[in-house]
Design a protein around this ligand. Structure first.
Ligand SMILES: [Zn+2]
Ligand SMILES: [Zn+2]
Ligand SMILES: [Zn+2]
Length: 280
């Protein structure tokens, strides 16, 4: 790792520890939008034309900071600008929820972290997601390219998102099997926080993994029902059953007008926005 980067990370870590009396970890929303983002190209709706910075939603992803480093959840197409915006210099590991384009196509931006870490970037996912990544990013796994240290490709070390839980840095991560249309996807729980983006059905065996949460972050695409995402009312029904102390809705499209949504939200439920931070 370069001296400059070591210094900058030591500085960040010192600032983090010094400023961290209330909780050990911080969850940062990198992006909170649906697959086309908000505003959507060509859309002239009230939300897309709004000047409110909270109505600018990049594709969904997140990081979790802790004393041991930074874990990234998904690599959305906007990853580079999201990490620059949040002044995140280094990612130590990556979790993947699923293989949709809006969650993986920023993967090439992991190249720089392999270089800084001088090691393969650890990636945790299910086998079908690994297979999708190996096929879609075939250039990164070409044995000829991998022979050269400066091959200009992301260097990844795949690990299973093991059940019932697996260790990443200083986190014990519990994968939460979810359904997203015809796809099997994962939510992730770390301590009292669960992140469940891209879901329209919670399998029976997964409800117990959502018990006693402080924070539930949940997909709520829009007001009207959708075949692969929870809509607003469905998300509120899940929150009613899970009873987290606090819930935050994410993966929002422009068809969920925040001004309308806020009039219908219970006190302990809020909408996410890009750059929102949650200590836990
Ligand atoms: Zn998505
Ligand atoms: Zn719109
Ligand atoms: Zn998806």
């Amino acid at each position: 790792m370069s001296d400059r980067l070591l210094e900058s990370n030591a500085f960040q870590m010192a600032a983090w520890i010094g400023d961290n009396n209330s909780a050990d970890r911080e969850f940062v929303f990198l992006g909170t939008g649906t697959s086309v983002g908000v505003p959507a190209i060509g859309c002239k709706c009230r939300v897309c034309l709004s000047d409110d910075p909270k109505n600018k939603r990049t594709r969904s992803g997140a990081v979790i900071h802790s004393r041991a480093g930074t874990v990234l959840i998904d690599t959305p197409p906007d990853l580079r600008t999201q990490l620059l915006r949040e002044r995140i210099d280094l990612v130590h590991a990556v979790l993947f929820t699923h293989q949709h384009a809006d969650h993986v196509f920023g993967l090439d931006d992991l190249r720089i972290f392999g270089k800084y870490l001088e090691a393969e970037v650890p990636v945790f996912c299910d086998p079908h997601v690994e297979e999708f990544i190996r096929t879609t990013f075939r250039y990164a796994f070409d044995p000829i390219v991998l022979k050269y240290p400066a091959g200009g490709v992301p260097r990844l070390a795949f690990h299973r998102a093991r059940r019932p839980s697996f260790q990443v840095l200083d986190h014990q991560v519990t994968p939460i099997p979810l359904r997203h249309g015809r796809f099997d996807v994962l939510g992730f729980r770390i301590d009292g926080l669960a992140y469940c983006t891209d879901v329209n059905l919670i399998p029976e065996e997964s409800w117990k993994l959502l018990e006693d949460l402080d924070v539930l972050i949940l997909d709520a695409l829009r007001f009207e029902p959708h075949p692969t995402h929870f809509c607003f009312d469905e998300a509120l029904a899940v929150i009613d059953r899970v009873r987290p102390r606090r819930a935050i809705l994410t993966h929002l499209s422009c068809r969920l007008d925040p001004e309308v949504a806020r009039t219908r939200l219970p006190d302990h439920v809020t909408l996410s926005h890009d750059g929102m931070r949650v200590r836990f």
